[in-house]
Design a protein around this ligand. Structure first.
Ligand code: APR
Length: 229
């Protein structure tokens, strides 16, 4: 039996990382949709980097919670038949010990140089000079994350589609199910005959197609999931 888990910001909420569309998602009164775009970066790269460094500092102090840890247990249980797909860029799944993680929206600790195209990990939390500059050529670097209007990494998306189409159980955890193409994955799984399970304290568009709904925060929800799978 193949099991796919898709996670969103909600799984990291109990680690103290604010969700995007929840009350803690605002920064200096900006909504993520106003900052996480190529246009915002072009017109004000300093502001966008300030936001990312703020988010990095929150994430740097965050520890994986029982939800993340429970998914490591699930990976051990199902081995090759398990895939974790995340929209999160915080790296908390890997910090918990998950090995096979498909990052649909990139990683906040990775950067990409606009000039020489170098891609590398950069763990700075502050800098006297913003935007951050490339270690190799001094060009402007950007976070290697997917912004609104940008394409998702092709290989990650292909893998996600393949697994969503061929799994028997698809579990959605802590995502509002509103940002595409990730939001399409549970629908693909459902159409292909998988059982869809949702873990979310709130109703989402995924709720209407879910076979089982665990209306709990991720920590409790994953504990229940482990007891039924
Ligand atoms: N446990 C589980 N779910 C939770 C919890 C919790 N403790 N707290 C909140 N949630 C749920 C909310 O009910 C909501 O449905 O998590 C969801 C968070 O939704 P969003 O903030 O929209 O996050 P996400 O779905 O991951 O956003 C998708 O949008 O801004 C972009 O690229 C960004 O990856 C992100 C994408």
């Amino acid at each position: 039996m193949k099991v796919v888990v898709l996670t969103g910001a909600g799984i990291s909420a109990e680690s103290g990382v604010p969700t995007f569309r929840g009350s803690g998602g605002l920064w200096k009164s900006f909504r993520p949709e106003e900052l996480a775009t190529p246009e915002a970066f072009k017109s004000n790269p300093k502001l966008v980097w300030e936001w990312y460094l703020w988010r990095r500092s929150i994430i740097a102090n965050a520890e994986p919670n029982a939800g993340h840890v429970g998914l490591v247990e699930l990976e051990k249980r199902f081995g090759e038949n398990f895939l974790l797909i995340t929209q999160n860029v915080d790296g908390l799944h890997q910090k918990a010990g998950s090995k096979r993680v498909v990052e649909l929206h990139g990683n906040i600790w990775r950067v990409r140089c606009l000039a020489c195209k170098a891609v590398y990990y950069d763990y700075r939390l502050e800098s006297d000079e913003l935007p951050l500059k490339c270690d190799f050529c001094g060009g402007i670097i950007r976070p290697d994350v997917v912004w609104f209007g940008e394409a998702l990494p092709e290989e990650a998306l292909d893998t996600a589609y393949t697994w969503a189409s061929s799994c028997q159980i698809f579990v959605s955890i802590g995502t509002s199910g509103t940002v595409y193409p990730a939001a399409e994955l549970p629908h693909i799984a459902k159409i292909k005959g998988a059982k869809v399970i949702e873990i979310n304290p709130e109703k989402t568009p995924i709720s209407s197609i879910a076979d089982d709904i665990i209306r709990e925060p991720a920590t409790k929800g994953v504990e229940k999931l482990l007891s039924i799978l």
